[in-house]
Write a new protein. Structure first.
Length: 108
């Protein structure tokens, strides 16, 4: 089970997965080349949502399909000062997004 953690430092926001820096995954989409952010809906949160889902899924297609909804549902609501969540919490959030998609007639 992986542990994701975000915290604010003097150098700016830092996000790790199991203690290692999370890859920005700019090769998938370049929303925020300067780094991650959270607690609102913008480019830094979009990059974070994509990076977390790309780390979690075996398929980058799944990450690309879900990351904007994940940004709105999870990343935008994270506490500004810092946060942690694990794989189980991540999978529960993804399942909730997919459930809402099914209820609204989405394809996932």
């Amino acid at each position: 089970m992986s542990l994701y953690e975000g915290k604010r430092t003097k150098m700016g926001p830092v996000v790790t997965v199991d203690g290692e820096l999370l890859n920005l995954r700019l090769e998938l989409r370049s929303h925020s080349p300067t780094g991650f952010d959270w607690g609102y809906c913008g480019s830094g949160p979009a990059q974070l949502a994509l990076a977390i889902l790309a780390d979690h899924f075996d398929s980058t297609d799944e990450a690309l399909e879900l990351y904007q909804r994940f940004k709105w549902a999870v990343i935008a609501a994270l506490p500004r000062n810092g946060w942690t969540f694990n794989t189980q919490q991540l999978e529960a959030a993804i399942e909730e997004i997919r459930k809402q998609d099914r209820l609204c007639g989405g394809s996932t």
